[in-house]
Design a protein around this ligand. Structure first.
Ligand code: SF4
Length: 153
């Protein structure tokens, strides 16, 4: 599995919504397939999720128009630094979840995510608060705090 670093956090807040039906179907497939032992290569470039995203063009992500990719790469590198990982490194999904739990706090998302349109919806932040709880009560699952897709609005 190839995932760009900021998407490691996006996955935590995924509630079955996305940029297009094809994007959502792929995201469900990717997120649903993650296990603690799944090997993930962390990237600072378009990944397995971007592959089905309507915002992906030849020059990378265009979510906020031309030039978006540069900012997204910076976001990826910020997340990599916080998690103590290097672009191109392969680690298990379980190890990634532990690094997120140890190194990313809910309020960090304001600095990391910038103008991401999903941040104000609150799903990502609440998944992080959930992680604080589950880290005390359980081991790594598919996500830090598992909410069933389609059950939240
Ligand atoms: S192309 Fe951009 S908006 Fe789409 S998943 Fe990748 S980073 Fe996110």
């Amino acid at each position: 599995m190839r995932l760009r670093a900021h998407n490691l956090l996006c996955i935590q807040g995924f509630v079955g919504k996305g940029y297009s039906p094809e994007f959502v179907a792929n995201m469900k497939l990717v997120v649903g397939g993650l296990r603690g032992t799944t090997e993930v290569t962390v990237l600072d470039e378009p990944d397995s999720l971007c592959a089905k995203c309507p915002n992906l063009k030849a020059n990378g992500c265009t979510l906020h128009g031309e030039g978006t990719e540069k900012g997204i790469v910076a976001q990826d590198r910020d997340v990599l630094a916080r998690l103590g990982l290097r672009a191109g490194e392969t680690v298990t999904w379980g190890a990634i979840l532990e690094r997120i739990r140890a190194n990313v706090r809910p309020d960090d998302l304001d600095d990391i995510c910038g103008s991401c349109p999903w941040l104000p919806l609150g799903h990502c932040r609440s998944s992080m608060y959930g992680a604080r709880h589950t880290s005390m009560n359980g081991g790594p699952g598919a996500r830090l705090h598992c909410t069933e897709p389609d059950t939240l609005q």
